[in-house]
Design a protein around this ligand. Sequence first.
Ligand code: AHG
Ligand code: MN
Ligand code: MN
Length: 359
Amino acid sequence: MLQGRTTLSKFLIEQLRGTEDQADLAALLVDVTAAVKAIASMTAKGALGGYLGSLGTENVQGETQKKLDVLSNDAMIQACEWGGLVAGMASEELDEPYTLPREFERGAYLLVFDPLDGSSNIDVNVSVGTIFSVLRHGRLGDPSTSDYLRPGVEQVAAGYAIYGPSTMMVLTVGRGTHGFTLDREIGNFILTHPDLKIPEDTSEFAINASNERFWEAPVQRYVAECKAGRTGDRGRDFNMRWIASMVADVHRILMRGGIFMYPKDTKEPAKPGRLRLMYEANPIAFVIEQAGGAASTGRARILELQPEALHQRVPVMLGSRHEIERLERYHREHDSGTDRPFASPLFKDRSLYSAEGSA
Ligand code: AHG
Ligand code: MN
Ligand code: MN
C-alpha cells in the first residue's frame, strides 16, 4: 500500500535536482512542513488544547491576535531558524523581520509567511491555513526590511497549507503547482494532486458582498453581471462562495475553478485592499499562475508589483484566467471612460449602482 507513494521530500528533491537550489530549498520546505504539522495538530485539538480565543494583543496591522496566530508564528520560526537555510524571516504577526539568534548559521533564503490565514474562522471550526513565500537573500549579512521587498516574480518557492477535514500542502517551485495530503498515521505529506490546473472558464465567484457599496465601478459591474445570471449580459447563471479564509477559497478554485476577489474599497480609504502583498497575494499568485490561472490587482499583474513595505496591502483578483482577463478589461474600460453603456442612466437605476458606485 505504501509502495509507489511519493512523499513531499522525495518529490522536491527530484524536482530540484540539477538546479542551483537543489539541496537547500528542498530542506527548507521540509522544515516548513514540520511547522505545518505542529499547526495542524494544534488546530485539530481546538478547545481541548486550550488554543481557542484571543490574546488581547494587537499585531502591526491593528488586528487582535488570536492565541493560534501567535503559536503558529512561533512554530514557523522554531522549525526554520536553526537549519542554516534561511537568512531571516518576516511574518504577518511580527512588526519587523525576525533576526536569527547569533548561534544559528545564516542561509541563502528569506522566508515570509502568514502563519495562520483566516484566523477569524478558528473559533468557529472552519478551515484555516498557513501561507509561505521563499525569496533569495542576495547578499551577505543579516537582511534588513528592504532586502525583503522583492517582486513576486523573484519567489523561488511558495505555497500554503490548509487545515480542513484533511491537512494539505499545495506548493510550487516554479515547475507547476502540486498538492500533498498529510497521512496522519505515518506523519508524511503524500503527493495526491500532481500538476493542478485551474479551468480557464468558470461560473463561480468569491467576494465579501457586504462591501459592495464600497467597491470600484468595474467590480460592481462584474458582480452585477454575475448576479443577473442568464437574464443578463453573461447569459448564464453564476454561483457564489465566501469562506473568509483566503486559503480555503483559493483551494476550492484550484480544485474546481472559480475566481476570488478582495478588491480595493473605500471602506477604509487609507487601505488599498485587505490582503497583504508579501505573504498573502504574492505566494498565492505564484501558486495560481503555476496552475494556469491569473492573479491581478485589476490593473496590474500581482507578481510584478514592486513592494514598498513589508505589510503593504493590495487589491487581489485571482483564479480562472478568462474571468480575470474580463475584470482587467472592465478596469481598463472604466479608466478610459469607455464603459459608458454600463454607466448609462438605465444601469444607475439598478440598486447595485447607486450613489458611491457611480464614479
Ligand atoms: P488573516 O486571518 O491572516 O488576517 O487573513 C484573513 C483574510 C483572508 O484570509 C480572508 O479572505 C479575508 O481576510 C476575510 O476578510 P473578511 O473578514 O472581510 O471576510
Ligand atoms: Mn491572512
Ligand atoms: Mn494571519
